[in-house]
Structure formats: C-alpha cells, structure tokens
Design a protein. Structure first.
Length: 67
C-alpha cells in the first residue's frame, strides 16, 4: 500500500524486494558509521521481519483518517 507519494518521495509498505538493497546498506561501513555495527544478511533479514511485523501491528491498532 502507498501511503504518500510526491514527485520525489514514496512512502509505502515494505516489500520482499527491499531486503537485498537494505542488506547492502546495513553491510556498508560508511552507512553504518554511527550505528553499533554493520549487519550481516541474516541479521538484516531478522530486522526486516521485525519491521514488517511492527508495522502490521500499528496498522491494526491505529485509527484511520477519512475526509
């Protein structure tokens, strides 16, 4: 689902295709400079699953806005 879209930005649900680029970012030492450590592909996959799970929980408990 897309929540917000502009000419330069799209906020949407995470997708399986996001895992591989997310894994590359998490493994990059420059990107992760201010984080405790870089993440392995396995750690990234666990992190991805926790993000998706948390988003699903928030969506079920948050009221929706209508116009």
């Amino acid at each position: 689902m897309i929540y917000l879209e502009t000419s330069r930005l799209q906020l949407r649900d995470w997708e399986e295709t996001d895992v591989e680029p997310f894994s590359r970012l998490n493994a990059d030492e420059k990107v992760m400079m201010y984080f405790p450590k870089t993440l392995s592909p396995e750690e990234t996959n666990v992190f991805y699953k926790s993000i998706v799970s948390e988003f699903k929980g928030k969506r079920q408990t948050q009221p929706t806005c209508s116009r």
